[in-house]
Design a protein around this ligand. Structure first.
Ligand SMILES: [Zn+2]
Length: 281
């Protein structure tokens, strides 16, 4: 079965669950910003042959996926059909769902809540089950195998989750600043306290006035870590870190976003180790 994933983390999980019954292609590379993917003609051809499309959902891909689906003209890939699966629909506690009305003045707001769910591996556990169920629906002959592989993967991931929690325990309560509003799920999982963002508003680059106020509040609150994804503006984040006397941690936010992050487990492992390593107490 041809499976296409938007994010490489979803692709990796689909491969783990699907084994040799699936042929998985991920559209985004780990070093590309999934909010603003530049579609290539090959993406349409890949989507045309897909029996299942796994996207993140919560409008993370809203800027580029719908037009790509139009050009792909795959009759199976119709919104609402079983051939399209939103990974984030497995997540019960979506963060930052706006309560009031949403308009562009608030920045590039995600109107259904913060979509960066895959940075909490507990959410990934739920996504594993979701993918296994959908693969079984589409390919009943493989159902028993999908369940077995999903259980095996969840056992391995759960063991690592315990290990990572212990490793990051000294960081509980640590005040941090992040570049984009992208690490909320990770912060919630590890007990990090995000006190500000380098971006003035989500998706909008920092203004000098914002940077000055941010540095002030970082110094007051004793922020020692600034966190940015590898594909974000490292210079702006680096300047903020330097002026506030904090350390800049440039971390992969997706599978393939840095060396040694070829799988979802390796990705979270890299993030947690680098974060724990930036703790210089
Ligand atoms: Zn975002």
């Amino acid at each position: 079965m041809n499976v296409v994933a938007t994010l490489p983390s979803l692709g990796d999980i689909a491969r783990e669950v699907g084994g040799d019954r699936v042929n998985v292609t991920s559209l985004c590379k780990g070093y590309e910003d999934p909010h603003y993917l530049q579609p290539k003609p090959s993406y349409s051809r890949t989507l045309r042959k897909a029996a299942l499309l796994i996207d993140n959902g919560l409008e993370l891909e809203v800027g580029w996926l719908p037009p790509l689906l139009d050009t792909a003209r795959n009759p199976k890939l119709i919104p609402g059909s079983t051939a399209i699966l939103d990974g984030a629909s497995a997540v019960t506690n979506v963060l930052e769902v706006p309560t009031g009305s949403v308009d562009r003045s608030q920045g590039d707001i995600h109107p259904f809540g913060n979509p960066h769910v895959m940075l909490d591996p507990r959410n990934a556990l739920a996504v594993v089950d979701l993918i296994a169920r959908r693969l079984a629906d589409l390919d009943p002959e493989g159902a028993a195998g999908y369940v077995m592989r999903a259980d095996d993967y969840k056992t391995r991931l759960s063991a690592r989750i315990e290990e990572w929690k212990a490793l990051a325990a000294p960081l509980r309560g640590e005040p941090i600043v992040t570049y984009h509003k992208q690490w909320e799920y990770l912060a919630q999982w590890l007990g990090l306290n995000i006190i500000g963002y380098v971006e003035s508003r989500p998706g909008i680059p920092p203004t000098p006035r914002h940077v000055t106020a941010l540095i002030d509040s970082m110094v007051k609150k004793g922020v020692r870590i600034v966190l940015a994804a590898t594909f974000m503006d490292e210079d702006a984040a680096g300047e903020v870190a330097l002026k506030a006397g904090a350390r800049l941690a440039v971390l992969p936010a997706e599978v393939g976003g840095a060396d040694g992050t070829d799988s979802y487990i390796d990705l979270i492992d890299t993030i947690v180790h680098e974060l724990a390593g930036t703790d210089d107490r």
